[in-house]
Design a protein around this ligand. Sequence first.
Ligand code: MRU
Length: 349
Amino acid sequence: MRAIEWNQKQKTLQLLDQRKLPGEVTMVVCEDQHQTAEAIRTMVTRGAPIIGITAAFGMVMAAYRAQAADVAGLRAELQEAARELNASRPTAVNLPWALTRIMRIANVSTDATAQLCERLEAEAIAMAEEDVAINKRMSEHGASLIEDGDTIIHHCNTGALATVDWGTALGCIRMAHEQGKHIQVLVDETRPRLQGARLTAWELQQYGVPFHIIADGAAGHFLHSGQAQKVFFGADRVAANGDVANKIGSYMLALAAHTNQVPVYSVFPFSTVDLSLANGGLIPIEERDASEVLGIQLKGQPAVPAGALARNPAFDVTPQHLLSGWITEYGVIRHPFEANLEQARRTAE
Ligand code: MRU
């Protein structure tokens, strides 16, 4: 089962409700772009690649449900839908990337409205299938860096749940396991929404990969005491210089790994690179509701005093010098990032 399924007959989108995992496996059905934007905003679905594909299908539903009588009117409605979907979450660049790709077709097509809807649908389906193929390519590159006997620290959730299928950083780990390498994973629980403890642990159980969940703050101990050989995480947006925005806590993890000479890899498709931003300081960082931090309970009791305040940035930026490499569908990119990424892309094409 995938975390995202397009119903071609009904023209509706089914999303696995990731807020309810691991306790409940239920699907949410989106029937239009408004419900799709809400599903992204409330994190029914989450993870940079799947957010992009979800938004693409949101555009397809906007096209099929449009009131417009002609192509010009349809384009205007699509533009409005793109604005709404784009506002649902700010950090993952895969969202505007997907909307731009759909809008490009809408803007250049000479088709009538009905054919245009079909073209947009075909494009979204192709994007979903491309995502799976890209994840498998990245995972092969990433798995080649993982050695038999490695213990890997992984942050957030970057698996099949965060993509159409297979995953990015977790995909590399899964691939290494399927290649017969004996590996262990230390799963950062990833406060405050616990994507590691809830989602990554749930996925690893299904793949049969041995793991232990650790408190985020424990990672430094494992790195310093020589109990972890690699760090793998994903990316939500990568600046032109190789700075990586990813789930909050990635920066501290990379700092601790770098200080202890443990290699850190960020794994992402090229659609996560934002060449328009010179460095990570320009990446918009989502700040989510304080209730995500304050609402945590311990043995059924509130964990914080009534009236306490909290800050809740959902992402942070890992400066490029802390990374040992960037794993993309074009291969493992080493320093200097910008030149080598371009070189790898040219060689692959
Ligand atoms: O807030 P989330 O759960 O959407 O954040 C997800 C992450 O930070 C992932 O690590 C990132 O999107 C890479 S997913 C392949």
